[in-house]
Design a protein around this ligand. Structure first.
Ligand SMILES: [Fe+2]
Ligand SMILES: [Fe+2]
Length: 178
């Protein structure tokens, strides 16, 4: 049976709907990464597994950095006007920076694993796995804090004009990266 629509009609799209949808895509990539790290084994380095890992590292550098710009240039400045200290937005920006640094180390470890003549393939594979797991845990926790706290506050407290302003930032950022 069809559910009746709410009296006010369907809810309009909010900026956090876009960001949440991107979070679900990010989680799919993290699942791919986790499975690849699991399949890596301690002795290293099936090139097909390394290719899969490299695709996720590239996704973090590109698509995810666009997502971070939408938050840092679009959403966070608006949230900061109302509730900065309570929301600890600096911590979320620091997570973005941490991820970018760790992804750099992750890609270096990946190159070490690709080096067939590497003197200690076992250690290289362990380091790759370590950086990968760090990234998975960092990002999952980060998404949870945004989904369960920041976005709820944004949906509840930002005015229609502020939501429109955020969408305007999203449009500009997407036009810049196209
Ligand atoms: Fe974020
Ligand atoms: Fe996010």
């Amino acid at each position: 049976m069809l559910e009746p629509l709410p009296a006010s009609g369907p809810r309009r799209l909010l900026p956090t709907d876009v960001l949440r949808r991107e979070h679900r895509q990010i989680e799919e990539r993290l699942a791919v990464l986790s499975a690849a790290l699991e399949a890596l084994g301690d002795r290293g380095a099936d090139p097909k597994i390394l290719d899969r890992i490299e695709e996720v590292a590239s996704y973090i550098d590109h698509e995810m950095s666009v997502h971070h710009r939408k938050e840092e240039e679009g959403l966070f400045p608006l949230l900061a006007r109302i509730l900065d200290e309570d929301l600890h937005l600096d911590g979320r920006v620091a997570d973005h920076e941490d991820l970018s640094i760790m992804n750099g180390k992750f890609k270096e470890a990946l190159e070490e694993c690709r080096d067939q003549g590497h003197e200690d393939a076992h250690f290289a594979a362990q380091m790759l796995k370590g950086y990968g797991l760090y990234i998975v845990h960092l990002v999952l926790e980060h998404l949870l804090k945004e989904d369960q706290i920041l976005f709820l506050v944004a949906d509840r407290y930002l005015t229609d004009e502020q939501q429109a302003e955020i969408f305007e930032h999203f449009r500009r950022i997407e036009a810049e990266v196209d």
